[in-house]
Design a binder for this molecule. Sequence first.
Ligand SMILES: [Zn+2]
Length: 403
Amino acid sequence: MMQRLFLLPLFAITLHAELQVRTDFEGGNAEVVTLDQSTRTLRIMPALREGRGWPCWWSFKLEGLTVGETFTLEVQAQSKPYREGTVLAAAWCQPKCAWLSLDGETWRPSSPGTLSAEKVMRYSLKAEGAQMSLAWGPPFVPADAEKLLAGIAAKLPEAKRFELARTHGGRPVQGIRIGAENAPHQVWVGSRQHAWEAGGSQVGRGFIQWYASDEAKALRANTCLYFIPIMDVDNAAIGAGGKEAVPRDHNRDWADEPIYPEVAAAQRMIRDIHTKHGLDVFIDLHNPGASDPIFFFGPFAFERMAGVQQRNYQRWIEIAAASIVEPLKVEPKYRFATYVKTDEERARMSSGWVRAHTGDATISVTLETGWNSPLMSVDGYGKIGAGLGRTLAAYIKENPRRE
Ligand SMILES: [Zn+2]
């Protein structure tokens, strides 16, 4: 009897170490619902970050795996409301494929999960290491932004890094300026007003890497670019969704008195750029749709526009359709964010605010990528970003300020 008691647990340990979930890193988020060590089945839901928007993003490290063993990850919706009376639909946290990494750097999609009638997504996975990183999508956290900007600054001596603002959480919001301040053309590209939309920053990375390449030499010579890889740094750092945060999220904060210091700072800089030199292009990068393709949101008034303004928006979408072709083509026509119902709310979105505070020759658009596809890998998003760069180069080459 004594012997059996002693041997059983030892036998179990030899077979499998205990699975352990870790989220103590930037962007980490997972609330363990159940963890069955014997069947190697882990169920999580995105942890609720009170008042900080949609609980849809998850990212964690799983330790105690035995190489070669199969295990099951189940993902369900967060059961508590993220805003008064509103529970987020499960689909937002259930990508077709989970994203896996051994080193936290290289990410690949798992084979597709299966959705049960109870709205639980089940991914059957194979352990490739004793520890694996698992996430909703390829993550992009403030440390990635730092690394990206440091790399660009090292490559381009003329680039100048700047701190846009300090967040309420005391974190720096980093940016980079490439080109002379008084260059003939002025461009602003920003991303991640919605923290969960990590693909927006992945597109941004592809864009800025293209912008720093030899192919962009001519564009760099006559353009001043301002680039912000992550706007909502606080929520990206803690793995919160950000969207529909209380009382409002970053992309509803472009009011006369913004809540977020980084939004206020962006407004000040954009006003200043436009007053001194004229702003040519403003692009905000988003990554919202489960089943959507790649498209631009254009100005609500597009059909009623005339003259230079109409011409420039039209040229932009035509050039984009010819330039953003991988891994999927961008839609050749604008969509309009008609789900935003009031003029007051529309004016508080970044693209609307920029339109209202710049000139007829300025275009202000958002690029929206879908996330629920294995094509939306780091490489896939990067290609979209490079396509965006080529769009910008061809557009600026035509001189949008011409009469
Ligand atoms: Zn968004």
